[in-house]
Design a protein around this ligand. Structure first.
Ligand SMILES: Nc1ncnc2c1ncn2[C@@H]1O[C@H](COP(=O)(O)OP(=O)(O)O)[C@@H](O)[C@H]1O
Ligand SMILES: [Mg+2]
Length: 255
């Protein structure tokens, strides 16, 4: 059997003696759609930072395609196909949507930015950014400057940049957080249309979105994984109900 795409083995992260991630182990396979849920302060964002390389582990290891990447930097992980998105600060606000995506496409291809203007319309670059914008439903925004975009559109562009880096594993930390409700549907639709081969892991509080998206749910509480299984089972798990779901699970049971 082939190695899982991503594997965490007994990952621990402590801050000043306090364990924020405590012995977390799980695997991610091609095409996975995983929701990581849990109460505020459970350690979800910390875990995502540890996976994406923003924080060092205190203990344990992380493997990508069977290779130990525990000591890899963020750029090394990105090169290897482990991409975390929705970090909007990466956007170049004076450039257009198409230019931003073209830059990410070029980064992946190892083309320097020096002759940027001559590259953006080359067929092999242009085909890629057009295809990505089309997939995410924002082709009509290609010529718009980032500074003119609504917040939800910026988040879609951020997703486009993630795709341009050709992820094997794509991690989304609360993709719809702070997005007005009239725009959040577009983000959910875009996530729905992501290429099926990519493994997608999403941190999300909105349980309706979790149930729409996830084929598998991981529940973190006090830094530990307390549940791993399919979405229909999560609402029935007594420990999860106690730690997190409470009234939401009660509501679903009666329906
Ligand atoms: N850099 C840090 N230094 C010290 N404590 C931190 C740091 N980052 C997070 N924490 C603590 O770790 C715990 C988990 O935080 P976090 O990972 O943000 O949880 P979640 O995303 O599940 O809400 C919290 O108690 C938080 O205060
Ligand atoms: Mg968080």
């Amino acid at each position: 059997m082939t190695a899982p795409l991503l594997e965490l083995r007994d990952v621990c992260k402590s801050f000043g003696g306090i364990r924020v991630n405590d012995g977390v182990s799980f695997v991610v396979r091609e095409g996975d759609r995983i929701a990581l849920i849990g109460p505020n302060g459970a350690g979800k964002t910390t875990l995502v930072n540890v996976i994406s390389g923003g924080l060092d582990v205190s203990q344990g290891s992380i493997l990508l395609g069977g290779h130990d990447i525990t000591d890899f930097s963020i750029p090394q992980r990105v090169d290897a196909g482990l991409i975390r998105t929705f970090q909007i600060t990466r956007l170049f606000t004076n450039l257009t949507v198409a230019e931003n995506v073209a830059l990410a496409v070029m980064q992946k291809k190892g083309i320097t930015r020096k002759f940027f203007s001559s590259w953006i319309d080359r067929p092999n670059i242009r085909d890629q950014w057009m295809q990505i914008l089309g997939l995410l439903g924002i082709a009509h925004l290609a010529a718009a400057r980032v500074s003119q975009l609504a917040y939800g559109q910026q988040r879609l562009l951020d997703l486009a940049l993630g795709l341009a880096l050709e992820p094997k594993v794509l991690i989304l930390d609360e993709p719809a957080a702070g997005v007005p409700s009239d725009e959040s549907g577009r983000i959910i639709e875009a996530i729905d249309r992501l290429p099926p081969k990519i493994a997608v892991m999403m941190i999300e509080h909105d349980m309706d979105l979790v149930f729409k998206f996830a084929k598998r749910v991981l529940v973190l509480a006090n830094g530990r994984l307390i549940f791993e299984g399919d979405p229909s089972a999560v609402t029935h798990d007594s420990e999860v109900r106690r730690a997190y779901l409470g009234t939401y699970a009660d509501g679903r049971h009666t329906s």
